[in-house]
Design a protein around this ligand. Structure first.
Ligand code: IVH
Length: 691
């Protein structure tokens, strides 16, 4: 639970500043671990930011109190000119690959013959990223290095420190010298977003998430690494003084206890049949991961047997990589069409003769931009190789030029926007071709712009998804995000998806979105090249939408983290009269004001220090309860853990309710909640009015 500073005594409580700094570091590290390793957040963004701000302020006043595991120590310094080489404590071996069940059985037979008995195994996914070694000395991260040639790698410690799932200090007792080996990966969604940003900034897109992860880690300027969402999974450890475990299965638990992220689905397999069953199951499960895996690693479970089996060349005899078949297929590129994105970028899309790649029917693939099409010399009518880069994103790898008949057609980018007919333009320094109309005047940009405006990270208007937006646009009920705020129930009711209740709910959600903080409002504007993080940075720097809109390009680019291309894009956005009208309209709605006014909620303190999780369908939008709780000094968390005080549940509550029961956490229905805060329930109030 967040312990407010003022609770800790006069200035900073009995232990004084030292104690408060330790407390803050603990709270933030626990929250980081919950968010980045366990995937179960325990703090809201606002609470987290408040703790971080307090810690930074204290550390600035008392640099001697900066702890080695302080989250502020992840912030990188100046770029370096080259990477220094480092030797690994234990060589980073590679693995023998097999692609069939027979080969796995042969591996098992070899191992059985060498050991004189059949071994049990440990299985886990083979992460498709880049291998790194982390050296912890006395439990503290001291050096991180890339694999290199297996014996010597590059020192990327400053870069690795920015990866939030990697603990700077291990929990519990760790051997004095410890080398952890694992994989750095990038999730597919982050990879797509990165490629979009690279293309918009005139750079070449990365071929796949693995290259994106490798490129992001090997940056001389670690601030770039910090801006890329990388994840880490640990799978191996070595210590010169030995490890306090006897098997790989136990080692995985130990890694978990130390606070390192490990695979979700690792499994002990008593024999080769069980290992093969795991490979078959994982063939499906891996598709549910947000990141790529390209096989299963099967390891002899006993560490003593691993030592006995040893290594031949660069491959251990005790492990093997079972790789899934490559997901490639041939098909015909029937046509190239153009999609217009939210920021007006025209993206060519390959329309394919449908083909099954790795078990999924693929009929379209992004071709990124005109330059990529020219580079690959793709022509309409070509036979092409399709690959599912990772597991879901189909990619056209190359044209099979030997199969050309001469009837293929060279494609050209249209000179007008296919959605609104406005001329297209290319901004200097960018590869992307864009529609020259403002977002409000191009139907493609408008629909996606509103979708973005309402999305979870922006104004979080529940119930305003693509289908509803399409209806509102088709019925000409909205022409700009501003029109959302004047919608009426009478306008919504005739639409197919709406009844009394859903119309009221949507309108309430739209009305509530006016409370959104400044960063969300800036993000919602959909300024090209300005995502969630940049929006937060801008909100912090300018404090209001007006000040941001009036900032000069110089002022913008003087901010750390805002490059010339981003500042030019922001200036261009606010120079557009339609966008100026949007800003004015939002201001008139009371949005985008100084951050303090949007956030500050007077508290009557009834729920001070209590935290709640809300689940299931309640009579009012979720935000309604959140506001009541926050107003009374309480806090709303996302996940049920032993740290929360109450679960508020509505209809169709599921796993969260079950978990609360299991943990013995008090649960409240709606009536119980209103009793707790001493206020009549809104449903009852309505009844009263009617009576
Ligand atoms: S074990 C001696 N486990 O795959 C320990 N490797 O193709 C050998 N990899 O170089 C590594 N996921 O970079 C292991 N769960 C996993 C892995 C894994 C990915 C990588 C690793 C290795 C490569 C071999």
């Amino acid at each position: 639970m967040v312990v407010p500073a003022q609770e800790a005594g006069e200035a900073y409580g009995p232990g004084g500043v030292t104690e408060r700094v330790r407390q803050l570091v603990d709270q933030i590290c626990t929250a980081d671990h919950a968010y980045y390793v366990l995937d179960a957040p325990i703090l809201s963004d606002a609470d987290y930011d408040a703790l971080m701000r307090e810690l930074k302020a204290l550390e600035a006043q008392h640099p001697d109190l900066i702890l080695p595991n302080s989250p502020t120590q992840r912030v990188p310094g100046e770029p370096v000119s080259d990477f220094v080489k480092v030797s690994h404590l234990e060589p980073l071996l590679s693995l023998g690959n097999v692609t069939s069940e027979e080969e796995v059985r042969r591996f098992d037979q070899r191992v059985t013959a060498l050991l004189g008995q059949s071994p049990s195994y440990h299985c886990e996914p083979k992460f498709d990223g880049l291998s790194i070694a982390l050296v912890y000395r006395d439990g503290r991260l001291s050096v991180a290095a890339t694999r290199g040639d297996g014996f010597t790698g590059e020192n990327v410690t400053a870069n690795v420190r920015t990866i939030r799932s990697i603990p700077l200090v291990l929990n519990g007792d760790a051997p004095p010298v410890l080398q952890i080996r694992g994989e750095v990966i990038m999730e597919r969604a982050a990879f797509l977003a990165l490629n979009e940003a690279l293309v918009a900034a005139g750079e070449a897109p990365k071929a796949n998430p693995r290259n994106a992860a490798a490129g992001s880690l090997r940056q001389l300027d670690a601030r770039i690494t910090a801006s890329r969402p990388l994840r880490f999974f640990a799978y191996h450890a070595y210590s010169p003084s030995g490890l306090p475990v006897a098997t790989q299965t136990e080692l995985m638990d130990l890694l978990r206890q130390w606070g390192l992220p490990v695979s979700l689905h690792d499994r002990f397999a008593p024999d080769v049949d069980a290992a093969l069953a795991y490979c078959r199951e994982m063939a499906d499960i891996r598709h549910t991961y947000p990141f790529d895996t390209d096989g299963v690693v099967i390891k002899v479970d006993s560490l003593a047997a691993q030592t006995e089996l040893g290594t031949v060349g660069r491959e251990p005899r005790w492990a093997v990589a079972f790789k899934y078949p490559p997901e490639e297929a041939y098909t015909i590129l029937k046509n190239i069409t153009v999609q217009v994105g939210r920021t007006g970028v025209l993206t060519p899309v390959g329309e394919l003769e449908p083909v099954t790649v790795g078990g999924v029917l693929v009929s379209r693939a992004t071709l990124h931009n005109a330059r990529e099409i020219a580079r690959k010399d793709l022509r309409i009518g070509d036979t092409v190789v399709i690959r599912r880069a990772g597991e879901v994103i189909p990619e056209v790898v190359t044209a099979v030029t030997e199969r050309r008949t001469g009837d293929e057609r060279i494609w050209e980018m249209p000179t007008t926007c296919p959605a609104c007919g406005a001329p297209v333009r290319q901004i200097e320094g960018e590869v992307a071709i864009r529609c020259s109309n403002s977002p409000q005047r191009c139907p493609a940009q408008l629909a996606q712009g509103i979708e973005h405006f309402a999305s979870r990270d922006c104004l979080n208007i529940e119930g305003l998804g693509p289908a509803v937006i399409e209806q509102l646009l088709a019925n000409q009920l909205i022409r700009s995000p501003l029109d959302l705020y004047t919608l009426t129930k009478e306008q919504l009711l005739p639409l197919p998806r709406f009844g009394e209740r859903s119309a009221e709910k949507l309108l309430a959600n739209i009305a509530n979105s006016r409370q959104a903080d400044l960063a969300r409002v800036i993000d919602a504007l959909g300024i090209p090249q300005v995502g969630h993080e940049t929006a937060q940075l801008l909100a912090g720097a300018f404090g209001s939408l007006d000040r941001l809109a009036n900032a000069s390009e110089d002022e913008l680019s003087s901010l750390e983290g805002i490059g010339p291309s981003v500042s030019a894009s922001i200036s261009r956005f606010f120079a557009d009269p339609d966008n100026q009208a949007l800003v004015k309209g939002l201001r008139e709605l009371g949005m985008g004001g100084p951050a303090e006014t949007a956030q500050a909620t007077p508290t009557d303190g009834k729920l001070q220090g209590l935290s709640f999780v809300i689940t299931g369908t309640l009579s009012q939008p979720r935000r309604y309860y959140e506001e009541l709780i926050e107003k009374a000094g309480g806090r709303v968390a996302d996940a049920v853990s032993s740290k929360i005080n109450y679960l508020i549940y509505g209809e169709a509550a599921g796993s969260k309710l079950a978990k609360a029961h299991k943990l013995g956490i008090p649960v409240l229905n709606e009536a119980g909640f209103f009793e707790l805060i001493g206020q009549p329930a809104p449903g009852l109030a309505r009844e009263d009015r009617r009576a």
